[in-house]
Write a protein that binds this ligand. Sequence first.
Ligand SMILES: O=c1ccn([C@@H]2O[C@H](COP(=O)(O)O)[C@@H](O)[C@H]2O)c(=O)[nH]1
Length: 237
Amino acid sequence: MNDPKIIIALDYAEAAPALALADRLQPSQCRLKVGKELFTATGPALLEQLMKRGFEIFLDLKFHDIPNTTAQACKAAASLGVWMVNVHALGGRKMLEAAREAVANSAHQPKLIAVTMLTSMAQEDLADIGIAATPAEMVLRLATLARDSGLDGVVCSAQEAAMLRQRCGSEFCLVTPGIRPAQASLDDQSRVMTPQAALQAGSSYLVIGRPITKAADPLQALLAINQEIVGARFIAP
Ligand SMILES: O=c1ccn([C@@H]2O[C@H](COP(=O)(O)O)[C@@H](O)[C@H]2O)c(=O)[nH]1
């Protein structure tokens, strides 16, 4: 089965532009990510419309709450029929295990992954919140916790992918936002990598938003990135 590597972040304020873009795309070219902005504006109805077009959906709501609340939210998300859902690893072991159990007990079982450290954050942002670890140490600690709690993988930056591929194994799913083609604007991202380098570092899936959605021709931008990554494979360091 075709396993497209790019997940386009549909960060729009309403359904119309998201559906207009989806109508120009094929499910064989990419998966789609619906996050807080679009889901809050449109709700599950939009997910249905995207899935009806054949797309697999990453519902990126990054749940982070007490274990019972997070588990119930994951159960509700799983019932929507999406491909992937996520929580914040900072919620801790009990929360991660509760989320894992909720998804495992659902009729439809999406992949469940945990956000480690947001790709917009750098070393100084950790210092601001009283964390002395480096980004790599922080990400490794949270990814190990997520793996030990039975999750399918993590959200991390591609800069940590090679380390996590070695430490967490070949089956652990590494979903990496902060992807920027060479010369593209970084916007608010800090820990970035190019599409090809990210796959070579061990990323499983590349989350890409503005470099595609804000391009003059989003379809051409997607096709160019898909062309760039043809044949790109993990190269062990
Ligand atoms: O650590 C994270 C977790 C999630 N994201 C999300 O990915 C996209 C990235 O969009 P770009 O426009 O390519 O920057 C966005 O929806 C974020 O919410 C992330 O960037 N980093």
